[in-house]
Design a protein around this ligand. Structure first.
Ligand code: NAD
Length: 254
């Protein structure tokens, strides 16, 4: 427990998933108020409500869910307007909404390619677009994108995912230059292979034979490892760091 994010309003996408629960717990335990984006359906509304009850056990605070598909400009624009009305400010944006389309390139349907780019890249752009005006007004903001080692080194049979995760690094570089004089920093966290979320369904023997031997630390990371990197980049300890890609990968992609 700490007070690193006391009086700070943090907006997160993709946090109602495998890795994100630990990002939410970390922010709640550090005193943040949370606006938690989730897919706009009953399943995710219920999941978000149950996570919010858990967060209240960790620390009593203001935590609200907002249903919106990150690919819909109308929904995202409306979500940021509501968050600003509800909380009065927006200090931190964490863009974690993402999917994978794990197919060999020549078997990857255009539709799956487009959906992956739409969520991972366009969704990140839209959230950035609608958060920045509030951050500029405040003269303060911390934006963190979830990239991946896939965007740095490539991962077999994952062309759309790797392209989208490389593209958010390019997006970051431009947004840094648009916002650096407004007290806003923009950075990426690039996790390697983390034992939660998207990696949950991956075959254990594939992990042992095809992944672990190529990770210098010879083990997968945890969602807490990713949460620790997000905490650093969102905090004032990182106030002169913008345009950085912080790898959390046990040495995999160096
Ligand atoms: N797990 C890993 O090993 C790993 C490694 C590198 C990067 N990452 C990145 O971390 C982030 C979280 O991944 P995870 O492993 O927790 O995956 P996950 O599948 O458990 O969570 C992804 C979340 O994104 C949400 N989402 C998907 N489409 C959406 C949309 N259109 N609108 C709003 N929300 C949407 C899902 O509902 C889910 O909550 C992703 O961006 C992922 O690419 C994960």
């Amino acid at each position: 427990m700490g007070n690193r994010f006391e009086n700070k309003v943090v907006v997160l996408t993709g946090a109602v998933g495998g890795l994100g629960i630990d990002w939410l717990k970390m922010f709640a335990s550090e005193g943040a108020s949370l606006a938690i984006n989730h897919l706009d359906n009953d399943e995710f509304r219920q999941k978000t409500e149950s996570i919010i009850s858990e967060l209240q056990q960790i620390r009593v605070g203001t935590y609200r869910g907002y249903g919106a598909d990150v690919t819909s400009e109308e929904a995202i624009s409306g979500m940021f307007t509501r968050i600003r009305e509800d909380f009065g400010r927006i200090d931190v944006l964490v863009c974690g909404a993402g999917i994978m389309a794990p197919y060999t390139t020549w078997k990857l349907a255009l539709e799956k390619w487009e959906r992956t780019i739409d969520i991972n890249l366009n969704g990140t752009f839209l959230c950035t677009k609608y958060a920045i005006p509030y951050m500029k007004e405040q003269g303060y903001g911390r934006i963190i994108y979830l990239s991946s080692v896939g965007g740095l080194s490539g991962i077999k049979a994952n062309a759309a995912y790797c392209a989208s995760k490389a593209a958010v690094i390019g997006l970051m570089k431009s947004v840094v230059k648009d916002t650096a004089q407004n007290g806003i920093t923009v950075n990426c966290v690039a996790p390697g292979f983390i034992s939660a979320g998207m990696m949950d369904g991956v075959d254990a023997s594939y992990i042992d034979k095809e992944l672990i031997p190529f990770i210098p630390m010879a083990k997968m990371g945890t969602s807490q490892d990713v949460a620790n990197a997000i905490r650093f980049l969102a905090s004032d300890d990182a106030s002169y760091i913008t345009g950085e890609v912080l790898r959390v990968d046990g040495g995999y992609s160096m």
